[in-house]
Write a new protein. Structure first.
Length: 158
């Protein structure tokens, strides 16, 4: 199910203020009550490229609802901003491997595969500290997380 482009066009520049998940569909609502739905995987339907968990960091970065444990954001850019903030606040002093171990734990993910793909795609070793990354490298790590989480939408714009 694709979003209703008429509703989105009508609200150009305005963000939804709430969202509710039911099954694989999220319904977004604008201030005036207009709604649109997205039916897709978590990162797409939640505007959450990194599958950021619903948390205080997600809320501070604009979360408007939750879908299982995942935060729902009004726009993909808000989701990207939350992923960036999470990595910089929670994991900045951690190695890439330690970050992935905590971010994509073995009880929920194939963590070894996640680490291997991260190193292959970014060219970084697992012992690289996030605090030592250039802006380009940091964005590459974010893009790789999004790819591994199933994101197929727009790239990070900041």
């Amino acid at each position: 199910m694709q979003p209703n482009n008429d509703v989105i066009s009508k609200h150009k520049g305005e963000k939804p203020i709430s969202a509710k998940a039911v099954g694989m569909t999220v319904t977004y609502a604008f201030k005036n009550g207009d709604t649109f739905k997205i039916h897709a995987n978590h990162p797409i339907r939640d505007n959450n490229p990194g599958n950021v968990i619903s948390s205080p960091i997600a809320k501070v970065n604009g979360s408007i609802g939750f879908d299982c444990n995942f935060a729902i954001f009004p726009t993909p850019q808000d989701g990207w901003n939350a992923l960036c903030a999470l990595l910089k606040k929670k994991y900045i002093d951690s190695s890439l491997d330690d970050t992935i171990q905590a971010y994509a734990p073995p009880k929920e993910n194939n963590t070894a595969h996640y680490k291997a793909k991260m190193s292959k795609i970014t060219g970084l070793t697992g012992d690289t500290l996030l605090s030592t990354l250039s802006d380009v490298q940091f964005k590459k790590v974010m893009a790789t997380i999004a790819d591994l989480e199933g994101w197929k939408g727009e790239s990070y714009a900041n």
